[in-house]
Design a binder for this molecule. Structure first.
Ligand SMILES: [Cu+2]
Length: 203
């Protein structure tokens, strides 16, 4: 928001056009449009969390043997917050953990070492810290060997922490409040401008 220093500059043009009465609705409309833009702009960061772009193995794919590692690629940098902030749990069909060691973050990827010779449906539960420091989470699955398509994982919540305590749906409330505050501020500024323009028109 630029400071309300320019109203005086806009006024003469309107005055010259002889439609000074039109200032009010026009300004009000502009303020409304600004407010709407502000709300949209404020709401945007809430959905700007890292998104999973691709995985290796691919979600829903079949592979001949259990890979030595699983890789997740995101659309933005993953925050390497240390500890187990970023987690990848790799689970076989009986919900046994196949992942070994900590998830390794490099730029926008997370790599998780996997051990064993498991076959059948493999479920990967993950949690990643977005660039902005907020966690996102999800899961994907693939099948090792000739089994049918990976069954819907039944070992989701209980066995792995990632899905449970991650920010599945961030509360939009702070953004809504910020948006409302912004609208009020903009409306106030618009009111000020309109009042001033009317006053200078009266002179
Ligand atoms: Cu966030």
């Amino acid at each position: 928001m630029p400071p309300p220093a320019t109203p005086g500059r806009d006024l003469p043009a309107v005055g010259r056009a002889g439609r000074l009465g039109g200032v009010r609705p026009a300004a009000a409309l502009a303020a409304l449009a600004l407010a709407a833009l502000a709300v949209l702009g404020v709401a945007a960061p809430a959905s700007a969390h890292d998104q999973l772009l691709s995985t290796s193995p691919e979600n829903g794919s079949h592979v001949d043997a259990l890979p030595a590692e699983v890789t997740l690629t995101f659309n933005d940098l993953v925050t390497d917050a240390g500890g187990d902030a970023n987690q990848v749990h790799v689970l076989d069909s009986s919900c046994t953990r196949l992942d070994t060691g900590a998830a390794k973050v490099v730029d926008n990827t997370i790599t998780q070492q996997v051990h064993g010779q498991a076959t059948g449906p493999i479920t990967v539960l993950w949690r990643a810290v977005s660039r902005d420091g907020h966690p996102v989470s999800g899961e994907f699955s693939f099948t090792v060997g000739d089994g049918q398509a990976a069954a819907s994982p039944s070992c989701a919540a209980g066995d792995a922490a990632p899905a449970a305590d991650a920010e599945q749906g961030a509360s939009p409330l702070p953004w809504v409040i910020a948006g409302i505050v912004l609208v009020v501020v903009i409306a106030g500024i618009a009111h000020l401008l309109i009042t001033r323009s009317r006053r200078s028109a009266d002179q």
